[in-house]
Design a protein around this ligand. Sequence first.
Ligand SMILES: Cc1ncc(COP(=O)(O)O)c(C=O)c1O
Length: 393
Amino acid sequence: MKTDKRFDTLVIHHGYDTKDHLGSLSVPIFQTSTFTFVTAEQGEARFAGQEEGYIYSRLANPTVRALEEKMACLEGGEAALAFSSGMAAVSAVLMSLTKANDHIICSQGVYGCTFGLLQLLKNKYHISHDFCAMETEEELRQLIRPETVCIYVETPINPTMKLVDLQMVANVAKEYGIAVVVDNTFCSPYLQQPLSLGCDIVIHSATKYIGGHGDVIAGIAVGTKETMTEIAKTTQKDVGGVLSPFDAWLLLRGVKTLAVRMERHCDNAEKIVEQLKRHPRVANVYYPADVDHRDYSIYQKQMKRGGGLISFEVNGTKAAAQRLLNHLRLIHIAVSLGDTETLIQHPATMTHAVVPEEVRKKMGISDSLLRLSVGLEAWEDIWEDLEQALNQL
Ligand SMILES: Cc1ncc(COP(=O)(O)O)c(C=O)c1O
């Protein structure tokens, strides 16, 4: 299918033709580990790359391929790769871009396990990193060294909801020939498309909005054909964190409703932000589409709407934040995000517990900060639950 259709249509139709599969409306699940060759010569030709065709599902699988084609199209990239988790995608990309003694610049705040991976790369392979708020070009330029090969950005940053100006970062990086990698998990391609702003690789924890139903762990990377082919041949194939055909099918099913789900997540989140801002027991609310957000001007430049995630601080400390969670009746206490159910978590003791306290504070993760992933329920029910819990603090 041509890519001249609108996003809401591409998300449903792109990357699959029913005529190729006996008219099956849904992409078939090719639940097979391997593919047979008709002759020894055919096997030889496939391994030599002289004949197109499948070999073994760690190298490629038709169900997984359909997902990869769709994701490449939605992010506006040439090619995509699917992985068994978001972290498998992050590690495959970072390990592919770097070698010993290289240097990475990272946004001031990343998902806890990405932080853990950066420590691992430093301790075991001498790949160093610096965190950078990326508020100005100068700040970024000061950290660039001859060994800098990658700028790694989360925006909105998990869980502080600060934003990074992607076009500014991409422009600086281009001058030095440095690759910009963006974790686009919080936005999904429906709300933000980093490649169109000049960034080089997009990563997703597809566990979140891409799947959308809280039933699969998966990752995606999107970029140029050349970069994706290199990753496919090395840190995907040889490290091996590939996606299973069934999980690819779950994502293909989930992603069809991405556009409608994202609109509802945003509608609900906007209502909840309004209410939270008025509540006397709430100290601060962080939501990109809120006019009072510190990075509202960046939001206007690069995001379509504010998304389904809100962070807020309650009056008090860790004990108050935990008390709020324990009073909730409808909203589940759980890490992860982007699901149909509203989920809430306490970053300091959960997703970012691995980050040392002084680094956490520098990132802006206080002990009273909570991250709410607003689901698809009636917003009034979500608010009533939050309000009764807040009123008991
Ligand atoms: C922003 C972000 N990136 C990456 C990941 C890792 O994804 P996964 O849990 O699918 O490995 C997460 C998980 O929560 C995340 O929130």
